[in-house]
Design a protein around this ligand. Structure first.
Ligand SMILES: NC(=O)c1ccc[n+]([C@@H]2O[C@H](COP(=O)([O-])OP(=O)(O)OC[C@H]3O[C@@H](n4cnc5c(N)ncnc54)[C@H](O)[C@@H]3O)[C@@H](O)[C@H]2O)c1
Length: 284
């Protein structure tokens, strides 16, 4: 999809990090924007800042883990702008660094419900609410779903599992769109370590979803891992780098978007090789 000027992008998780950086990048290309996020204050600030590019901007407070809220987002987007050309299903959460090493039998099911609800169902709801209407519009368009390198690496924790689901869903969507000869295409975004507020996601955990399992207190060995991971994330790429990759992916119609550090790509490569060789999973 080459022409972006005057076309419409919907971005979830648009008030911070990768979503916000991508909103700026697409606004600079002349796109009109529908911004969705669960945090009303930062969402309103983003709406004001992005209005400065001159395009139309609509902010819709949305909890992507609610199917009704995502349907309402689609209603708002289509009634305001008539069509949608880029759908960026990007909102996501990770409780704490230590929960990335959670074992499947540890912690509470609430951690799974919350993470799967936002990271996987949020993407699925976005696809189901927007894609039929985008297809019906008959315009050229592109869907970008945010997974993670965690979606290509193993881990029996809610974050990795949710991101594997997004990779699988997105590959299937790409194939289905191709088979249909649709004017829509799709990408899956798998960032490595990016310096955002993702580990501060608990701020958006709604009532009734419990609080995160304090893994570092449960298993002392995780304290060192958590500290190291937090500092690695702070030293990660700025979200602008990811925004540039997303833009290139839409323009060049590339499916796998990997703004990731070389050492992580090496781990993915080792895993894929082990799978086809029938080797057992490597231990850490
Ligand atoms: N930061 C990284 O290193 C990294 C790496 C790989 C993948 N990702 C993924 O990138 C995406 C964006 O995260 P980020 O790193 O920019 O973090 P971030 O916390 O800076 O931004 C995430 C945004 O999503 C919003 N959000 C959270 N729950 C929501 C909900 N239920 N409904 C709507 N909005 C909600 C937050 O308010 C926030 O504005 C996520 O899917 C994340 O899993 C991040």
């Amino acid at each position: 999809m080459q022409e972006l000027n005057g076309r419409v992008a919907v971005i979830t998780g648009a008030a911070s990090g990768i979503g916000l950086a991508t909103a700026h990048r697409l606004a600079a290309e002349g796109m009109d924007l529908v911004l969705a996020d669960i945090e009303p204050g930062p969402l309103a600030q983003a709406e004001t800042a992005l209005g400065a590019y001159g395009g139309r901007v609509l902010a819709v407070p949305t909890d992507v883990s609610s199917e009704a809220a995502v349907q309402a987002l689609a209603d708002a987007a289509f009634s305001a702008f008539g069509s949608v050309h880029v759908l960026f299903n990007n909102a996501g959460v990770a409780a704490t660094a230590a929960t990335l090493r959670m074992r499947a039998w540890e912690g509470s099911l609430a951690d799974w419900d919350w993470t799967m609800g936002v990271n996987f169902l949020g993407v699925l709801y976005g696809v189901r609410a927007f894609v039929p209407r985008m297809l019906e519009g008959g315009h050229e368009g592109h869907i970008v779903n945010t997974a993670s390198m965690a979606g290509l690496l193993t881990g029996a924790n809610p974050y990795n599992v949710s991101k594997h689901a997004v990779v699988c869903l997105s590959e299937g969507i790409y194939k289905d769109l191709r088979e249909m000869g649709a004017k829509l295409s799709a990408s899956v975004l798998c960032p490595g370590l990016i310096n955002t507020r993702i580990l501060d996601a608990e701020r958006n955990r709604g009532d009734g979803l419990g609080s995160h399992t304090d893994m570092a207190a449960l298993r002392q060995d995780l304290q060192r891992f958590a500290t190291g991971f937090e500092s690695a994330l702070k030293g990660g790429y700025p979200p602008d780098v990811v925004a540039e990759t997303v833009l290139d992916g839409i323009r060049e119609d590339r499916f796998y978007l990997f703004p990731a550090q070389a050492f992580i790509l090496e781990q993915v490569s080792a895993r894929m090789t082990a799978i086809i060789q029938g080797a057992n999973p490597a231990t850490r």
